[in-house]
Design a protein around this ligand. Structure first.
Ligand code: MRU
Length: 359
């Protein structure tokens, strides 16, 4: 693993190096204090980077896993296709096990597997080249999808002075633009300023560390608040809309996203504020009927009690509840902004019309 220091202004969060031998990304565990670029080519390193949230956010996880798998598969030494396929499938299953909730991970892994199967009768170097091309295509599509989410979402924010967002669904969570923050970036490009209130997002502080950092870098007016202050800014009439990302959208419109999102949706409903979810097609899981089927990742209790503190902030041995995501029921969502268009209520019917019944 090599570390590179420096920040190009128009950076891509996740990419492949030019020679197609390394996965490259900005290490999000170091932000906002240090900008560290990391390169790697071993499957165990990629698994670890996803698990520890060095690379995180549903679209970025999918892209990083695809590139990581492609570069690692490039180093597979096999006598024939059957041996290559066996080793490839082992790597693919291992990477897919890093985090369970964001469907983009398994979606990207399935695309990579399809590529290998489509090249069954080719030389191994052709299969390897096809994997690199597919991983790059997934990355390029992510940029285009996020841009389209921005275009589709911006009209919904007509007349909107400020939005509230939870966690980080900006460029750090994708390749560029992000999902929830894409309309904000597009507004900025068009000379319009939309202010952002960013929930700090306990326990891993993606809002404070990442959303605030990337919006500040982009010159967007952003104000950080603790999660328990959202009701106060809404009550004061400071928020015109809520916009968040998603890790998995079920066919009925239920949405898994960062823990705390469902509470924000309840507040938005109580204060009569529209609640928008922004997600690319790769996050929509038409094979998952409802939010009840979504596996929610449970994480290390130490993230709650000690990760950010000089000494533990809870008594030793205390029971700690640390689910990484929650599910917002479809009925609380005003609309889902996708790259294909805006899905309004009734979400189940309109998702099926846009994305088909089964993927
Ligand atoms: O645990 P994380 O930081 O990967 O969780 C990220 C989120 O919940 C995001 O809101 C979601 O992945 C959408 S990112 C465009």
């Amino acid at each position: 693993m090599t570390e590179l220091q420096s920040l190009p202004l128009n950076f891509r969060t996740v990419s492949m190096n030019e020679s197609g031998t390394k996965l490259r990304f900005i290490d999000q565990t170091q932000l906002p204090n240090k900008i560290v670029w990391v390169e790697m080519d071993e499957i165990e390193q990629v698994w670890q980077a996803i698990k520890t949230l060095a690379v995180r956010g549903a679209p970025a996880i999918g892209v990083a896993a695809a590139i990581g798998l492609a570069v690692a598969a490039g180093n597979i030494k096999a006598q024939d296709y059957a041996e290559f396929y066996q080793q490839f499938c082992r790597m693919k299953a291992y990477l897919a096990s890093a985090r369970p909730t964001a469907v983009n991970l398994s979606w990207a892994m399935e695309r990579m597997k399809r590529t290998v199967l489509l090249h069954k009768n080719y030389e191994l170097r052709t299969v390897k080249a096809a994997l690199l091309a597919e991983a790059n295509a997934i990355a390029e599509e992510d940029v285009a999808c996020c841009r389209a989410i921005g275009e589709n979402g911006l009209p919904l924010l007509e007349g909107c002075r400020a939005v509230l967002t939870h966690c980080n669904a900006g460029r750090l969570a994708a390749v560029e633009y992000g999902t929830a923050l894409a309309p904000i970036y597009l507004a900025k490009e068009k000379g319009r300023d939309i202010k952002v209130f960013a929930d700090e997002t306990r326990p891993l502080l993606q809002g404070a560390r990442l959303t605030c950092w990337e919006l500040q870098q982009a010159g967007v007016d952003v104000t950080l608040l603790c999660d328990n202050m959202a009701a106060t800014v809404m009550a004061q009439g400071l928020v015109d809309a809520v916009i968040v990302g998603a890790d998995r959208v079920a066919a009925n419109g239920d949405v898994a996203n960062k823990i705390g999102t469902s509470g924000v949706a309840i507040l938005a409903e109580a204060f009569g504020i529209p609640f928008y979810v922004a997600a690319p097609g790769s996050t929509i899981d038409m094979a998952c009927s409802t939010g009840r089927e979504i596996v929610v990742e449970q994480r290390d209790p130490a993230e709650v009690s000690e990760l950010w503190y000089q000494r533990p902030m809870a008594p030793a041995g205390i029971n700690i509840f640390n689910p990484a995501f929650d599910v917002t029921p479809a009925k609380r969502i005003t609309a889902i902004i996708t790259n294909e268009g805006v899905v309004r209520q009734p979400l189940a019917e309109n998702l099926a019309a846009m994305f088909g019944r089964k993927k």
